[in-house]
Structure formats: structure tokens, C-alpha cells
Design a protein around this ligand. Structure first.
Ligand SMILES: C[S@@+](CC[C@H](N)C(=O)[O-])C[C@H]1O[C@@H](n2cnc3c(N)ncnc32)[C@H](O)[C@@H]1O
Length: 250
């Protein structure tokens, strides 16, 4: 994959994530105001998948990588963290900004390709990096992606990744490759939070094996401290998601 084609894929994915996105979140949640009230009334529930691995959140500097609509960022902020989102969709930023305002908190939101995060001057600024559900398959160079994570993390920082399991995405997801070892790019709809809503465009996805994910993490100067696999929401006989927790190598 050349730099040019990677850039082209990122731009196509950005276009899909920007097309009608504010409206889609508004339709799915009712309004930013309504969703903010739900988050404020139970922030722990919004971050239930990652909270057990973060330790005390109050006062922590957290980077929510590819943080989308901002629900996780707002919940963590309500719990006392100082949160920075990095995501490449301006429409996501607009929704997240309205969500934070309605929740009475402030979240920093940088619209930026995560692979270009060095231009944000955030080097080694974060105690924890939080990544949730639908992150890695937007990238075609995992070692580069995790080296960016290392550059954002403080020297005693941690990374908490809760992600779709490779078995689920590669073998069971209807639009997936149905081949665990496939390294092809797959074209499929960008997620639409409105059930049976119209297509909002297509993204190009690269699905990774568990071995590739683990190898890229440890080759980027992280030590893995936990790797948990969780049953699929619809078929408890297969893994649906996993949680990988790592700390910066001493
Ligand atoms: C499925 S969402 C992440 C999950 C999110 N926590 C949620 O619950 O909606 C994927 C996010 O990745 C962002 N994204 C994809 N590729 C990116 C890139 N190269 N740089 C920054 N953001 C990216 C999209 O804008 C989108 O908000």
C-alpha cells in the first residue's frame, strides 16, 4: 500500500464519517441535550467497558482516540477527567461540542487524522489513552498507529483498547472477508446509528488478526497487562469483543 493510496482511503473514510453525521446522531439520540442528561445521570454506565481498567479517573489526563460523538469523553469528564478527543470528522466534533455543553462540561476536540497527531503538540501528555469499538480497522499500518499511541502516552501512561474481536469481524460480520487471514481492504457502509436508516456512504476497512494487534502493541514500546475476550452479543459461543490493557514499557 503506497502513501498515496493510504491517503486516498483515509480521505474517503473521512468523507463517509462526515456525511450527515450530526443529523444521524441527533436522530439516534433524540437530541444532544437528551443524550447529555442520560450521560450525566449515569456516566459510569457509558464507560463500563473501560472503567475497571482506568483506576481513579478524577484528575487524569485522558485521550479518547477516534472518540466520535463524544459520549465516552463527556462521561469521563463528568467523572472528573480532563479529556482530549482526536477524531477526523468535523460533524462528530459539532455533535460532541453540543453534547459537552448540554452536560455542563468542557471537552477538547481536535479534528485531525490520528496518524498526523504530532502536529497537535500533545506529545506524552496523557496518563491514559482510551479507544473503544471500531478503531483499528480504519488503519492499514498498525505499527504506525501504535507508535502514534506511544507518542501521546506519558512515560508512565496506559492504553485501554476495547475493540471488536478479529474472529467476529473477519469470520462472522456479514460484510467481512470470511477469511481469518485475509489482508484485503473491504468496502462496506459506514456505521449508521439509525436502524434501517439510509446508507451514509462507504468506508474501506482492513481487519487485523489478534496476533497482528498484539505484535503491533508490544513493538511500540507497550507491555500488555491484560487481554480479555468477551462473548458476542448475539452468539455467546464466539468472541465478540476484546479488551487489551497495556502500560508504557519502563
Ligand atoms: C466506530 S467510531 C469509534 C467508536 C466510538 N467510540 C463510538 O462509540 O462511536 C470510529 C471513529 O473513528 C474515526 N476515524 C476513523 N479513521 C480515523 C482517522 N484516521 N483519524 C481520526 N479519526 C478517525 C471516525 O470519525 C469515527 O468517529
Amino acid at each position: 500500500m503506497t502513501c498515496d493510496s493510504t491517503h486516498h482511503t483515509t480521505e474517503a473514510n473521512r468523507t463517509a464519517w462526515s456525511n450527515g453525521r450530526y443529523k444521524a446522531w441527533e436522530t439516534a439520540f433524540g437530541s444532544a441535550d437528551a443524550e447529555a442528561q442520560r450521560i450525566v445521570s449515569n456516566p459510569e454506565y457509558v464507560v463500563r467497558r473501560i472503567l475497571p481498567y482506568l483506576g481513579a479517573v478524577d484528575g487524569k489526563r485522558i485521550c479518547n482516540v477516534q472518540g466520535s460523538h463524544g459520549r465516552v469523553a463527556v462521561a469521563l469528564t463528568v467523572l472528573g477527567a480532563q479529556v482530549q478527543v482526536i477524531d477526523f470528522s468535523e460533524e462528530n466534533r459539532l455533535f460532541a461540542t453540543d453534547l459537552a455543553k448540554a452536560a455542563g462540561v468542557s471537552v477538547d476536540y481536535a479534528v485531525c487524522d490520528i496518524l498526523e497527531a504530532e502536529r497537535l503538540d500533545l506529545r506524552h501528555k496523557f496518563d491514559s489513552l482510551v479507544l473503544e469499538l471500531g478503531i483499528l480497522h480504519y488503519h492499514q499500518d498498525l505499527e504506525k498507529f501504535f507508535s502514534v499511541m506511544r507518542s501521546l502516552a506519558a512515560d508512565d501512561g496506559t492504553l485501554c483498547l476495547n475493540e471488536f474481536h478479529p474472529i467476529q469481524r473477519k469470520l462472522f460480520w456479514p460484510s467481512g472477508p470470511h477469511n481469518y487471514f485475509s489482508d484485503s481492504l473491504i468496502k462496506a457502509d459506514v456505521p449508521n446509528p439509525v436502524d434501517a436508516g439510509p446508507s451514509l456512504g462507504e468506508c474501506q476497512y482492513r481487519f487485523w488478526t489478534m496476533g497482528e494487534v498484539v505484535t503491533a502493541v508490544v513493538n511500540s514500546d507497550f507491555q500488555i497487562t491484560h487481554l480479555g475476550e468477551h462473548p458476542d452479543w448475539n452468539n455467546s459461543a464466539i468472541p465478540g469483543t476484546f479488551t487489551l490493557v497495556a502500560r508504557v514499557s519502563p
